[in-house]
Design a binder for this molecule. Structure first.
Ligand SMILES: [Zn+2]
Length: 405
């Protein structure tokens, strides 16, 4: 048991069992304070079925109401008391300190502060707590971001990687010298900038190159009101263990050793409105406990490799679509692609890769084999075929992984 767990777990358990209607039922009959690892886990289905039964305080104590991102199913309502908002701010402050920001920084917050998202609120509060000057430039106009860079000379930006790439395109179109601008750090949220090996992926490399800035990955989950940010060593997001406890579990619910990828299961500490105990996030990553190059001794969470539901089975091995996507993005002569998964049998999914571009299918097969040890079907396809797979009717977001299982 870690010192933080020893310190915060008993109170977390007693509080949730006493005040949350969900946990009162869930833990009925349990006497005393059990070991955390002995309790059952809770997934998103339970959260959506009994959303407001997780609430531990009367409604008049609520200060902010946000929604979850809703990548799976309907977005959940998530509520925070004044003290939860302060906890959020203090968590973000520590996160930004990890990324090397100080009170001397001027920071562009290029994410939405509205639309019920928690992220913009969290970054804004955390940067203010740190003493930075904050520019809430938002994520709707790349021109506005460039204009503010020119007028204010900010030193850092917080944004989604794809928006940072859009701004870079706009800059090169309008002959704006982004590479030598005042921004020295880009804190990246929501999309991966590193592969499982911690190496920057094409998106991360492109951003560092175009912006002349160092990228820092940060991972957050609305329901946990928490985020983990990398330090300049870029070896995973540092956990603030007084606010959050993480476990990495395999498919059977057993804990995995350091470096092995499994589902992130989280327990929040110090949350008043909607605390969570052994919550299965559905995201997969590995955890590392060795001391970091920066000197911090807190655990680090590696890059998010994908959703647990997306995990592919191929003749006894398993892998995430993100591994295949990374190879395809890095192979020269691949202009566009789609990774298609179909159900085959118990042990294997049928995986087919369609690509458009000058690359040869056999070179691509070799590159994939070298990285993943699997040999999926690979075939050349027209731009239109791939476009139709990436953007089916009613799709809101382009996808390169098509799950037909
Ligand atoms: Zn570090």
């Amino acid at each position: 048991m870690t010192p933080a767990l020893e310190k915060f777990w008993p109170e977390t358990f007693r509080y949730a069992k006493r005040f949350s209607p969900f946990y009162r039922d869930f833990f009925r009959g349990i006497k005393g304070v059990p070991l955390l690892e002995q309790l059952p886990t809770v997934d998103k289905t339970a959260l959506s079925e009994r959303n407001l039964d997780f609430l531990c305080v009367p409604r008049q104590r609520i200060a902010e109401i946000v929604t979850t991102s809703g990548t799976t199913g309907k977005p959940l309502l998530w509520m925070l008391t004044e003290s939860d908002v302060k906890r959020l701010a203090s968590n973000e402050k520590i996160s930004f300190e990890c990324a090397g920001l100080t009170a001397r920084d001027t920071v562009l917050v290029a994410v939405a502060l509205d639309r019920c998202f928690i992220a913009g609120l969290a970054y804004w509060q955390g940067l203010r707590e740190l003493g930075c000057a904050v520019v809430r430039v938002g994520a709707s106009s790349s021109m506005l971001v460039l204009e503010m860079i020119e007028r204010i000379q900010p030193t850092a930006i917080v944004a989604v990687p794809s928006f940072l790439r859009v701004i870079a395109d706009k800059a090169s179109e309008s002959k704006f010298d982004l590479k030598h601008c005042s921004i020295k750090r880009a804190v990246c949220i929501g999309e991966p900038i590193r592969a499982g090996t911690f190496k920057l992926n094409p998106s991360g490399r492109l951003i560092e190159q175009a912006w002349g800035a160092k990228v820092y990955s940060t991972y957050g989950v609305t329901e946990l009101a928490n985020s983990l940010c990398e330090c300049s060593a870029g070896q995973g997001g540092h956990l603030h263990d007084a606010m959050l406890h993480l476990e990495i579990l395999d498919d059977a619910g057993q804990p995995l050793p350091d470096g092995e990828v499994g589902e992130i299961v989280a327990t929040t500490f110090g949350v008043e409105a909607m605390p969570l105990i052994r919550y299965r996030t559905g995201d997969c990553a590995a955890i590392f406990h060795a001391r970091c190059k920066c000197g911090r001794t807190t655990p680090r969470l590696g890059p998010i490799l994908g959703r647990k539901l997306q995990k592919l089975k191929f003749k006894g091995t398993s892998l995430f679509p993100s591994t295949l996507q990374a190879v395809l993005e890095e192979t020269k002569g691949v202009d566009s692609f789609a990774v298609v998964a179909r159900a085959e049998d118990e042990l294997s999914d049928a995986i087919e890769i369609l690509f458009h571009g000058k690359a040869s299918a056999s070179a691509l097969r070799e590159a994939i084999q070298a990285r993943t040890k699997i040999t999926p079907l690979i075939r050349h396809a027209s731009r239109a075929t791939i476009e139709a797979l990436q953007m089916p009717p009613q799709a809101r977001k382009r996808r390169t992984f098509v799950d037909l299982r």
